[in-house]
Write a protein that binds this ligand. Structure first.
Ligand code: ADP
Ligand code: MG
Length: 357
């Protein structure tokens, strides 16, 4: 059995940042950073500007607050209390639960159930919810667990959330994107000129680099996951979210087969759609629509749906615009046209590039 938690995209920082020594005269190019573990992953925040200390502190505090509300393993979190009791009045220590559940319900509907936070009992049966070790569930076990999976059955009335009998929720596929949205709000309030946040596969590239160039965000090569310097390509981004989902980040192996943590709610098995990685990119504007949350929900979704359905979804979508970097099992990197100028394929990666319009 093998457990690997690699941090997709986090090396973007190494490409984009240089350490600060001394205090530069211009606060817009003066940086402070912090690294910590939260939401089951390593996070790095790097913030510039006059109010960088305040922004950094608020950002770290925000993430810890979200973790305290949303963790599935912390017994006192809002999510654990909801899962335990089947109902919860979203008050103190649960302020972010309703917006997240509303977003989750929306993406469940929009994706025909490919994104579904009520897949939680199935995720837990495979052992991906922490605690009990990994396990390949029997077909009968999965069949009975799948009967409870229906994200559209989660009821929100006023501030009260109610699950159907036997249901539980897992916000692991959407919470870090929501956290990135909250960080963008903090940077907006603090008039932060530039910042880079890397929340385990969820990147927020705020403003541009101190040298005036776009932030360089590496898209990890899923074929070389242990090698953090191996990119399929680089995204040059300003004021954008970039969220990657892949089966190479978290998995176990049993009897020579690999099982990863993104579950197809239609089957109960780890998604197997021909994609090895999905990155969803969207601009930071339109914050009321939670674009970071969207990127996170959709990256998980498209990993389940596969290339053809992801591209159909992309071209039919009328919400906040987004673009895609899809990496396929057969060695192609497929990008949508909005990234034609900002994505550079790593020539040594061996992938061929296709641009879809
Ligand atoms: P990561 O959390 O590794 O960055 P994702 O955003 O793709 O990757 O989320 C994967 C997590 O989402 C899983 O660990 C699980 O908690 C949850 N999950 C798994 N399958 C689904 C699904 N089909 N819909 C919604 N959430 C899912
Ligand atoms: Mg996700």
């Amino acid at each position: 059995m093998r457990y690997l938690r690699s941090i997709a995209l986090s090396l973007a920082l190494a490409l984009g940042l240089t350490a600060c020594s001394g205090t530069p005269a211009d606060p817009d190019t003066a940086e402070e950073h912090v690294q910590f573990l939260a939401m089951d992953t390593a996070m790095t925040l790097s913030v510039y500007g006059e109010r960088r200390s305040a922004a950094l502190q608020a950002a770290e505090h925000q993430i810890q607050d979200l973790e305290a509300q949303l963790s599935r393993t912390e017994p006192d979190s809002a999510v654990s209390r909801l899962n335990e009791a089947g109902t919860l009045e979203a008050g103190e220590r649960a302020e972010d639960l309703l917006p997240l559940l509303e977003a989750a319900e929306r993406y469940c509907r929009e994706t025909g159930g490919a994104f579904d936070i009520t897949v939680a009992p199935v995720v837990a049966a495979w052992g991906f919810a922490g605690g009990n070790g990994y396990h390949v569930p029997s077909p009968a076990e999965l069949e009975s667990l799948l009967e409870r999976v229906d994200g559209t059955a989660v009821k929100i009335e006023g501030r009260t959330v109610t699950l159907s009998p036997g249901q539980s929720v897992d916000l692991g596929g959407i919470a870090k994107g929501y956290a990135a949205d909250k960080l963008a709000n903090i940077f907006r309030e603090c008039e932060t000129p530039r910042a880079m946040a890397s929340l385990g596969g969820n990147v927020l590239a705020w403003g541009n680099r101190p040298d005036g160039m776009p932030w360089r965000v590496g898209v990890q090569d899923p074929a070389r996951p242990g090698d953090q310097g191996s990119f399929a390509g680089i995204l040059n981004l300003e004021n954008a979210f970039a969220v990657t989902s892949g089966g190479y980040q978290r998995y176990f192996e049993q009897d020579g087969k690999r099982y990863h943590h993104i579950i197809d709610p239609a089957t109960g098995y780890p998604a197997s759609s021909g994609l090895t990685s999905v990155t969803v990119v969207a601009g930071c504007a339109g914050e009321q629509d939670l674009p970071g949350t969207m990127c996170d929900a959709l990256s998980t979704t498209f990993f389940v749906l596969g290339e053809a359905l992801a591209l159909d979804f992309w071209s039919a979508w009328t919400g906040v615009p987004f673009d895609l970097v899809l990496i396929t099992e057969d060695g192609r990197v497929v990008i949508t046209e909005g990234l034609a100028e900002s994505f550079t394929l790593d020539e040594g990666s061996g992938y061929t590039l296709e641009i879809v319009s």
